[in-house]
Design a binder for this molecule. Structure first.
Ligand code: PLP
Length: 427
C-alpha cells in the first residue's frame, strides 16, 4: 500500500498538477498513488520501500519487463552519440523496415511521439486521402486525447457523436459517428446514411480501454468488407495490440488487414512513440511529399528508435511471447477457479497476454457490458492485491498485462496473493 513518503509527495503534487498527476489514470490508485523510485524486470520499487509485481507495465509498453538489458545497452549507445539531431538518423530506417515487414510490406511509416499523435495523423490522412469528412469510431474505444476521438455515443437513436470532454466543440464531435463495438449492424446503419462521406472506420481490434474485449468472430472481417464497400479506409489502432499479440499484432492474429495501422507503446521500448504505417499510395499524401500536414520536433527521436529496435530484436526470438502467454494463461485459470470456488458472479476476458476480470452476470462482449461490472468489487480486488505486493490496473476499464519478465516464480507469488485477495472479496 502507498506509504508515508508517497503521501507526502502526493500532497505536494496536488498543489502543482491538476488532480496531483500528469495523466488522469495515475490518480486512480487510492487513497493516493504510490511513487516509484525504480523498476526492474517485473517489479516496481516504491519510495516507501515496497516491491510490487507489475501487471500494468506503464499501461502496456513494458512488454519485456522493466530495464531490459538489451534495450538499456542500445539506449546507452545512442546517448553516447547525442540524443536529438533535428535531421534524420540511421536507426529510423532500421526501425521502419522492421515495422513494415510485419504490418505493411512495401509501405511507408511516419514516426510521431504518442499514440494520440498517431491516430490524429492517421485520421487527418484518411480525410485528406478520401476527401471525406466523417469518421466512424466505437463507443468505449479509446484512441487518444485529441478532439475527433474524444467523442461518445449520443442518445440511442442518434449516430452523431457527442463530446466526451469539455472543450470539444459539438461541431467537431458531429463529424465522428459512433457505432457499437462487436455490432456490425450499427456500422452498416451509419454507412447506409453517410457511407459516401465516411473517410475511415477507426477500431481497436481488441478493445483494450474497456477492460479487455476481444472481437467476435467475423467482426473485424465485417468491418473490412463495409469499409471496402463504401470506399472508406479501415484504421487498425494497434497502439495496445501492436507487437503484443505477436510481431504482426492483431492484424496477423485475426487475419484481417487495415488500410492504415497506428502503433505506439511497445514499439518505442518504453520511450515516447507513435507510428502511422500504411501503403505508399496513401502515406505519400503526408507532408512533405503530399499535402496532409504532419510534423514534429521529436518525431523519430533517436533514443526511441534505438529502444524500439532493440525491443523488436528481442521479440523476434519468440521467447517473450511464450513467457507472457504462459503467465497470463496460468493466472486466468487461477482467477476462474477462484471465481467458481467463491461462487462470485464474474467473467474473465482473455487474449494471449492481456486479460481482465469483470464482476458481471453473463458475458462482456461490448464496452456497454463492461460498464455493468461491479466496480466496487473490482476496486476491492485491486486494493487487496496491492496490499499483497501485486499491482493490477486500478480501473476496471484497463487491461491486466503480462510480460516477458513474469516468470514462473513471479506468477506463483501472484497466485498466492490472488488466493488471499479473493478470500477477502467475500467479506
Ligand atoms: N490508442 C489506443 C488504442 C490506446 O490504448 C492509447 C493509449 O492508451 C492511445 C491510442 C493513445 O496513446 P498515447 O497515450 O501514447 O497518446
Amino acid at each position: 500500500m502507498p506509504g508515508e513518503q508517497s503521501k507526502k509527495l502526493y500532497e505536494e503534487a496536488l498543489n502543482l498538477f491538476p488532480g496531483g498527476v500528469n495523466s488522469p489514470i495515475r490518480a486512480a490508485v487510492k487513497p493516493y498513488p504510490f511513487y516509484v523510485a525504480k523498476a526492474e524486470g517485473p517489479y516496481l520499487y516504491t519510495v516507501d520501500g515496497e516491491r510490487l509485481i507489475d501487471y500494468v507495465l506503464a499501461y502496456g509498453p513494458m512488454f519485456l519487463g522493466h530495464k531490459h538489458p538489451q534495450v538499456m545497452e542500445a539506449v546507452k549507445k545512442q546517448l553516447e552519440n547525442g540524443w536529438l539531431y533535428g535531421t534524420p538518423g540511421e536507426l529510423e530506417i532500421e526501425l521502419a523496415k522492421k515495422i513494415l515487414k510485419y504490418y505493411h510490406p512495401g509501405g511507408m511509416v511516419r514516426f510521431v511521439n504518442t499514440g494520440t499523435e498517431a491516430t490524429m495523423a492517421a485520421i487527418r490522412l484518411a480525410r485528406g486521402y478520401t476527401g471525406r469528412k466523417y469518421i466512424i469510431k466505437f463507443n468505449g474505444c479509446y484512441h487518444g486525447a485529441h478532439d475527433t476521438v474524444l467523442v461518445g455515443a449520443g442518445s440511442a437513436a442518434a449516430e452523431y457523436g457527442v463530446p466526451s470532454s469539455l472543450g470539444v466543440p459539438e461541431e467537431i464531435a458531429k463529424l465522428t459517428l459512433v457505432a457499437r463495438y462487436n455490432d456490425l449492424e450499427s456500422v452498416e446503419r451509419i454507412m447506409k446514411r453517410h457511407g459516401d462521406q465516411v473517410a475511415a472506420i477507426i477500431v481497436e481490434p481488441v478493445a483494450g480501454n474497456a477492460g479487455v474485449i476481444p472481437p467476435k468472430p467475423g467482426f473485424l472481417k465485417g468491418l473490412r468488407e463495409l469499409a471496402d464497400r463504401y470506399g472508406a479506409l479501415l484504421i487498425m489502432d494497434e497502439v495496445i495490440t501492436g507487437f503484443r499479440l505477436g510481431l504482426g499484432g492483431a492484424q496477423e492474429y485475426y487475419g484481417v488487414r487495415g488500410d492504415l495501422t497506428t502503433l505506439g507503446k511497445i514499439v518505442g521500448g518504453g520511450f515516447p512513440i507513435g507510428v502511422v504505417a500504411g501503403p505508399r499510395e496513401i502515406m505519400e499524401k503526408l507532408t512533405p511529399s503530399g499535402k496532409v500536414f504532419n510534423a514534429g520536433t521529436f518525431n523519430a527521436h533517436p533514443v526511441t528508435m534505438a529502444a524500439g529496435l532493440a525491443t523488436i530484436e528481442v521479440l523476434e526470438t519468440g521467447e517473450p511471447y511464450r513467457v507472457a502467454r504462459e503467465a497470463a494463461s496460468k493466472l486466468v485459470k487461477v482467477v476462474e477457479d477462484l471465481i467458481s470456488r467463491y461462487d462470485i458472479k464474474a467473467t474473465v476476458n482473455y487474449v494471449e497476454n492481456m486479460f481482465q476480470v469483470f464482476f458481471v452476470d453473463g458475458e462482456v462482449a461490448s464496452p456497454d457490458d463492461a460498464m455493468k461490472s461491479n466496480r466496487e468489487l473490482y476496486n476491492k480486488l485491486h486494493m487487496e492485491l496491492l496490499k499483497r505486493g501485486v499491482f493490477i490496473a486500478p480501473s476496471q476499464m484497463e487491461a491486466v498485462f503480462t510480460s516477458a519478465a513474469h516468470s514462473v516464480e513471479v506468477v506463483e507469488e501472484t497466485i498466492r496473493a490472488l488466493e488471499e485477495a479473493f478470500k477477502r472479496l467475500r467479506e
